[in-house]
Ligand binder design. Structure first.
Ligand code: CA
Length: 227
């Protein structure tokens, strides 16, 4: 499940994009200004950035240039109402990878995102491993040893976040927000029952669970020791 930073200051548009991409099982974080975007890019690794051109404080172009100059490698897809070829060239020269003009169809946006994420030079870490579990983020498969494990989308998302963040405790609130979104009334019990079914599917009988409960905080997967 790729993690996308959406930088967009129009709430209606950002809401629609966020909902659409969440339904497609992307993890979407929102920044509403150029400054906020740079703060997030400085502290979190994203798989792709959707970047509006006209933003308060700093423009999308300035954000893109600054991100690239700091060594940021994730693909950048610019969103803009500017249609002229000259504008497009400026956008691409700033280090953007692709360009989509508003208004656009959300299906087209998805197609562009998939195309950018498929590029081998920018592909995120594809296969995550923890103990005997291997999770392929592109094929969306999970193997336990040589056996394929079938997970529901939310279980997959949960396992992926925990595997991407091995050694870190992920709080219940963070997981609820990332997987179910902030606008739902899903509660900690739902997360608990998803963890329970996930454990049944991935754990070996009689062995401690791969997913540790950190009481009062959340869940974690320990870093796999290198032998
Ligand atoms: Ca804007």
């Amino acid at each position: 499940m790729a993690k996308i930073l959406l930088v967009e200051d129009e709430p209606d548009l950002s809401g629609a994009i966020r909902e659409w991409l969440s339904d497609e099982h992307y993890v979407v974080e929102l920044a509403e200004t150029g400054r906020q975007a740079l703060d997030k890019l400085g502290s979190t690794v994203y798989d792709l950035i959707l970047l509006d051109w006209m933003l308060p404080e700093l423009s999308g172009l300035e954000v893109c240039r600054s991100y690239r100059s700091e060594g940021g490698a994730a693909p950048v897809l610019m969103l803009t109402a500017k249609r002229s070829l000259a504008s497009k060239e400026i956008g691409l020269d700033s280090g953007a990878d692709d360009y989509i003009t508003k208004p656009f169809h959300l299906r087209e946006l998805s197609a562009r995102i998939r195309a950018l994420l498929r590029r081998p030079c920018v592909a995120p870490v594809v296969v995550l491993t923890a103990d005997d579990i291997e999770l392929d983020r592109i094929a969306r498969t999970v193997m336990k040893g040589k056996t394929q494990i079938h997970l529901l989308p939310k279980e997959f998302a949960l396992l992926e976040i925990l595997m991407r963040n091995q050694g870190k405790t992920m709080s219940t609130d963070f997981l609820l927000d990332q997987i179910w979104g902030t606008n739902t009334d899903v509660v900690a019990d739902t997360l608990r029952s998803n963890i329970k079914t996930l454990r049944k599917k991935i754990d070996s009988p009689g062995k401690p669970s791969l997913i540790k409960t950190v009481h009062g905080i959340g869940y974690r997967i320990e870093t796999t020791p290198v032998c």
